[in-house]
Design a protein around this ligand. Sequence first.
Ligand code: ZN
Length: 204
Amino acid sequence: ADEVHALEGSGAERLHVDVMDGVFVPNFTFGTDTVRVLRRATSLPLELHLMIVEPDRHLRTFAEAGADAITVHYEASPHLHRTLVSIRDLDCRAGAAINPSTPAAMLSEVLEVCDLALVMTIAPGFGGQQLIEHTLRKVREVRDDIEHQGLATEVEVDGGVDAENARACVDAGATVLVAGTAVFHHTAGAAAGVAAIRSAVGEA
Ligand code: ZN
């Protein structure tokens, strides 16, 4: 709660929660109990990034725990279109994510039912990794596809984002930047971490 309260009024626009199951990715992080606690601790929108297998089994539970948005992985969702529609039916914004090794084109057919397209800029599983530069080419491809289809889908980058590379992410077409280490491990505190990223992209 202390970490989250430090973000209120910092310019952070949502709280992005990486849910890991130890199967889709090698690590474990938060489950529904943590999401419920976070829901009570903050008024920031809660955006859940499910790095889990068979996400369909848990969508309702996470929605009821307080999610405003739920993002699932293309690589974990054989019926991605249906999954995204199910998320919207739960009154959550629907997101689809791709790993660094997955081509941008894999999102093309679902963008119309997608509120946010998330391009992983590291291999998911652990914080503190360096952004993989060539993933920004995919950010551009996804952005171009969205514009070509005349959609309002957000393009989100997640993994290794910091004040040094934030500008390059935005120039590539990202409209939502997710940062963990650069915020929570900032030497002057989380609010300063958010401010550094916002100022790097020209947002006061
Ligand atoms: Zn994430």
